[in-house]
Write a protein that binds this ligand. Structure first.
Ligand SMILES: C[S@@+](CC[C@H](N)C(=O)[O-])C[C@H]1O[C@@H](n2cnc3c(N)ncnc32)[C@H](O)[C@@H]1O
Length: 520
């Protein structure tokens, strides 16, 4: 963790209420959210934020992705998860370690990419970032059986390291295995697919043999994919069985209604077989417009599609030229002077207005989730992301032209595959990098607004310093503790003009936040 994020934030207890995700109480949806909001307000009190804008989740069936360990030693095959509540932190650490182990295992044999020796992130560094992003998603989104923990358990790796062992070096204190036949946290479609995979894999030796994990990825649009992970090499017999499984999955109610055939992917060491495709196409509605989004298997995507739409709409609103003054959402909705008359000067006088000729810098852009809906608010967007698969997806998402999907139509984005810390140093030095070729010179850019959406660890020190150069900052965070720590460094020069909570991860102690800061 970086220096800033390591600082304790206020004397407030951190977000550590243990909640078992396998035993949710939907009746308590409002209660669980209230408790988190109270804690959040307490944590951010020192920054004197404006009224908190709150965006809720559906109380059940909100999570688009889920990962399960397969249990098949005794009798019929079934899915299990790991209930984190007994040893929450231990489990989280075990999950992250095992995620890294899995990444390493899957990455074995891949060539490291070293381009021109100019300090570009090596594949190993990217894998670490991707694993971190993915582990954070798993852990944050559900505290529910991080894929990694599942892999570790199935591999017999759990408890190998020091973490997870009891104080006296006795039995590892891992999370509790919980059998999961239905999962109200996940979308209805995940539940439909789970039932079919369980039944088909149970009775089909080619699908069942040495299957240790199944990942489900669904969308609001009805598109879906299922990944089966094995401890054996997969051959033509597996592929034939997987094709039959795919037909059975296509007959499930949501897929049939959407007219889609879920993709099936088989993975084992150094092997990946994708029937049809290794991605899904999501459709997200933001500000009345629908955006198509390619989400790639194993890459980061926001886990709660409903709440993601709220996040994008909020970010689009705070950066809207006419309404981007420091006014609250309510003021904007009621038609404050700045919002109604679109007086950029008034907004600028208030310290917060984005001008139509302004450019946006976005770090950690992933598959272009924020980039594309926000691009209409700016003359130009410069976006960076470190994970190769996400950068490729972002390029695809910007170029989507299918008329059936209402083309995304984005042509004002410059996208570079770079680590944020490397970009921060390059920009501060007004330097050059091969990956920035094609970008008009620094002096031609009007970068006064920055959007960051980092992994749970928050921002590194270089990036925090870079933020201070901007008049307007949109900081999206899945970890209020590291957000708070980073804000301590930014608060002397910037104040919070908008403050939002997005309940992406109901019934867990995690909360997604958005802050919009303007220069004092
Ligand atoms: C929380 S995700 C947000 C992605 C995107 N904004 C979205 O809404 O889907 C964080 C992203 O940061 C990327 N990432 C992690 N470490 C990074 C680094 N050091 N530099 C740049 N990107 C990084 C991950 O690959 C991931 O895509």
């Amino acid at each position: 963790m970086n220096g800033h994020a390591a600082e304790a934030c206020a004397e407030t207890p951190a977000f550590t209420t243990p909640v078992s995700i396998t035993a949710i109480d939907a009746e308590d949806y409002d209660g669980q959210l209230d408790r988190k909001l109270t804690k959040l307000k307490q944590l951010f009190q020192e920054f004197d934020p404006p009224q908190l804008e709150v965006f809720t989740s559906p109380p059940t069936h909100y999570r688009m992705r889920s990962e399960f360990t397969v249990e098949q030693r005794d009798g019929p095959l079934h899915f299990v998860m790991f209930d984190k509540s007994p040893a929450e932190e231990t489990a989280a650490e075990a999950g992250q370690e095992a995620a890294a182990a899995l990444e390493q295992e899957q990455g074995e044999g891949k060539e490291l990419e070293q381009e021109e020796g100019e300090g570009e992130p090596e594949r190993a560094a990217e894998q670490q970032a991707e694993a971190q992003a993915d582990a954070s998603t798993s852990a944050a989104a559900a505290a529910e059986a991080p894929a990694a923990a599942a892999v570790a358990a199935a591999d017999g790796k759990k408890g190998k390291g020091k973490k997870g062992k009891g104080k006296k070096g006795g039995k590892p204190k891992g999370p509790r295995r919980v059998r999961v036949d239905t999962f109200p946290v996940a979308t209805k479609q995940v539940n439909e697919l789970m039932a079919v995979v369980r039944e088909e894999a149970d009775k089909t030796p080619e699908l069942r043999q040495r299957l240790f994990q199944v990942n489900f990825h669904t969308t609001l649009a009805g598109d879906a994919m299922v990944t089966l992970l094995y401890h054996r090499k997969l051959g033509p017999e597996w592929q034939a069985a997987a094709e039959r499984l795919r037909d059975a999955l296509a007959a499930t109610p949501t897929a049939a209604a959407a007219g889609v055939r879920p993709h099936v992917i088989g993975r084992s060491r150094k092997q990946k077989i994708a029937l049809d495709a290794d991605f899904v196409l999501e459709r997200l509605t933001v500000g009345g417009r629908t955006f198509v989004q390619k989400q790639v298997e194993g890459s980061f995507s926001q886990p709660n599609g409903h709440v993601c739409q709220h996040m994008l709409t909020w970010a689009q609103d705070v950066t809207k030229p006419a309404a981007a003054s420091e006014g609250s959402a309510a003021a904007a909705a009621e038609g404050s002077v700045a919002a109604e008359e679109g007086k950029e000067a008034a907004a600028a006088a208030a310290g917060g207005g984005v001008g139509p000729e302004d450019d946006l810098l976005e770090l950690y852009c992933g598959n272009g989730n924020f980039t594309i809906p926000l691009s209409a608010n700016f003359r130009r967007v410069v976006a960076t992301e470190v994970a190769k698969s996400s950068v490729e997806a972002a390029r695809y998402n910007m170029e989507v032209r299918q008329h059936a999907f209402n083309a995304n139509g984005v042509s004002n984005v410059f996208l570079a595959r770079m680590a944020s810390e490397e970009f921060a140093v390059t920009m501060r030095e007004r330097g050059s990098r091969r990956r920035l070729e094609g970008l008009e010179g620094w002096e031609a850019l009007r970068l006064r607004t920055i959007l960051v959406d980092p992994p749970r660890a928050g921002l590194d020190d270089f990036t925090v310093e870079l933020l201070k150069e901007f008049d307007r900052i949109v900081y999206i965070s899945c970890n209020p503790d590291t957000l708070c720590a980073n804000l301590k460094a930014i608060a002397p020069t910037h104040r919070i003009a908008r403050f939002a909570a997005f309940d992406q991860f109901p019934y867990t102690h995690h909360l997604e936040c958005g802050v919009y800061l303007v220069r004092r």
